[in-house]
Write a protein that binds this ligand. Structure first.
Ligand code: ATP
Length: 248
C-alpha cells in the first residue's frame, strides 16, 4: 500500500436521519504526502465528507449508504474511530473542540487515550506538538479556556498531531481567526506536511489561503465534486475565481 493514495473515497452516499441526503456519489483521493483542499459553499457537504472518512457520522445519526472508503489501502467499513486513530488517521473537527476546564497539557493527555496500552499504536509525542507550537508549551499549565482563539486552534491541531498521524483531516482551521493568525496556522500546517510528509485533507471556506498551501483541490456542490485539479489550476480557473475566491 505504501505507494498508492493514502486515502481513496469512492462514490459515497451519506444520509442523515434516514431523510437528508448530504453526499451524492462523492469521490476523491489524497496522494501520499500531499495537501488536498476540499472547497465549496456552506452546506455543500464538506464536513460530512470528513466525518464519513473518520467514521464519526454515527454520532450524528448519519449513515454511509453506498460507496467505499479506503485508508492506506484498507476498507474502513469495519473499523471504529479509535482504530483509525491508532492506524494514523486524525480528525481536527470544526470549531476548535478543546476541553476548556482542563489545562493545555491535560487536553493533550486526554487525546492520547485512544492510543494507550495498545500494541502497535504510535507513542504519544508531546515534544513534537511543542516543537510546532511553542506557544502551547509556554501555556501548558494554563486552562485551555483561557487561550485565545488562535491558540485554541493550535491546541486542536496539537491534539491530532500527538498521535503522529499519516493523514490529518482539518475542518476549517481558519474559522473565526484574523488574517494574521490564519497565515500563522497555515504556515505551520505547510511545515508539518513538508517536514513530516503528513498527508492532509483540508476543508476551508477561505479558498485563497487553502489553495496557497495545497497541492491539489476539489470543489463540492450539493454533495458531490464539481471541479478538481492542481492548486495552481484551480486558483487561476475563472469559475473558481468568481464563485470561491471572490475575485472573478
Ligand atoms: P459548512 O461549512 O456550513 O459546515 P459543509 O459543506 O461542511 O458546510 P455539511 O455540514 O457537511 O456541509 O452539511 C451538508 C448537508 O447535510 C447540509 O444540507 C446540512 O444541513 C446537512 N447536515 C449536516 N449535518 C447534519 C445532521 N447532523 N443532521 C441532519 N442534516 C445534517
Amino acid at each position: 500500500h505504501a505507494t498508492g493514495p493514502v486515502l481513496e473515497v469512492n462514490n459515497i452516499e451519506v444520509v442523515y436521519n434516514k431523510t437528508v441526503q448530504a453526499l451524492r456519489g462523492l469521490s476523491l483521493a489524497v496522494p501520499r504526502g500531499q495537501i488536498v483542499a476540499l472547497l465549496g459553499s456552506n452546506g455543500a457537504g464538506k464536513s460530512t465528507t470528513l466525518k464519513a472518512i473518520s467514521r464519526l457520522l454515527e454520532l450524528e445519526d448519519g449513515t454511509l449508504e453506498a460507496g467505499r472508503i479506503a485508508f492506506d489501502g484498507q476498507d474502513t467499513a469495519q473499523l471504529a474511530p479509535q482504530q483509525l486513530v491508532r492506524r494514523g488517521l486524525s480528525h481536527v473537527m470544526e470549531g476548535r473542540r478543546v476541553f476548556e476546564d482542563l489545562t493545555v497539557e491535560d487536553n493533550l493527555i486526554a487525546s492520547t487515550y485512544a492510543l494507550s496500552g495498545r500494541a502497535g499504536a504510535p507513542k504519544p509525542d508531546f515534544d513534537l506538538v511543542y516543537e510546532y507550537f511553542p506557544r502551547l508549551h509556554e501555556r501548558r499549565r494554563g486552562l485551555a479556556g483561557y487561550l485565545s482563539g488562535g491558540e485554541q486552534q493550535m491546541l486542536a491541531i496539537g491534539r491530532a498531531l500527538i498521535a503522529q498521524p499519516t493523514l490529518m483531516l482539518l475542518d476549517e482551521p481558519s474559522l473565526g481567526l484574523s488574517p494574521k493568525l490564519t497565515e500563522d496556522i497555515f504556515s505551520i500546517i505547510a511545515r508539518i506536511n513538508a517536514e513530516r510528509g503528513t498527508s492532509m485533507l483540508l476543508v476551508e471556506q477561505n479558498a485563497t489561503v487553502a489553495l496557497a498551501v495545497a497541492h491539489s483541490g476539489y470543489i463540492m456542490e450539493n454533495g458531490k465534486i464539481v471541479i478538481d485539479g492542481s492548486a495552481e489550476r484551480l486558483a487561476s480557473d475563472p469559475d473558481v475565481r468568481e464563485f470561491y475566491l471572490g475575485t472573478g
